[in-house]
Design a protein around this ligand. Sequence first.
Ligand code: CA
Length: 233
Amino acid sequence: MAALVLVIEDEPAIRDSLVYVLTSEGFMVETAGTLADAGPHLGNMPALVVLDVGLPDGSGFNFFRELRRTTLVPVLFLTARASEIDRVVGLELGADDYVTKPFSPREVAARVKAILRRTHPIPPSVNPHPASQSVSTPLVIDDLRKVALLDGQIVTLSRQELRLLTVLASAPGQIFSRARLLDLAWDDPTATFDRTIDSHIKALRVALRVIRPHCDPIITVRGEGYAIVEVWT
Ligand code: CA
């Protein structure tokens, strides 16, 4: 299926030229002329967002920050001024790339393709078990970016919770005792109590439910420890 690109740009001529060139490159394209218009399109899970910095109802920078709270969708900025370029280039924002106006639509299409080549597929989880890699899991631990993604959305976790989840997810179905979890996920196991693990597990469950309200992939095995399910339902 063709990748969906969302173009957020208020100047109709630029928008139309991008739609034309991206469509001819085989992408599906949706457009928005304002930030308010863009909101609903994000629900269609675009593979990439082309984002103008200056929009009638706000700055693309602020919109980008909002976006990053919930998704890692790649963003290509369209900038018009040197001051804007400085901010993007400084990677203060962690944008994927930018082009400056005036630009050739072909160049934008080439950048879009390059970003998608770079960012897809999402790096595989740290799961070392070849057998379970063939089972599709909605949970991905992205080691490079130090985040966990559930259904493609970032799970809001503390550093410690992320480490705990990473250990559990490294071997779905395997029961980890509290002592083993302390060893694997804590820097200083002797300074931590079993109860601490229980409260982190509780926090982990809550965080996962923010994205999947009824899920409980973490199994408590009484007297033994914890495991993460092999098959998500
Ligand atoms: Ca503009």
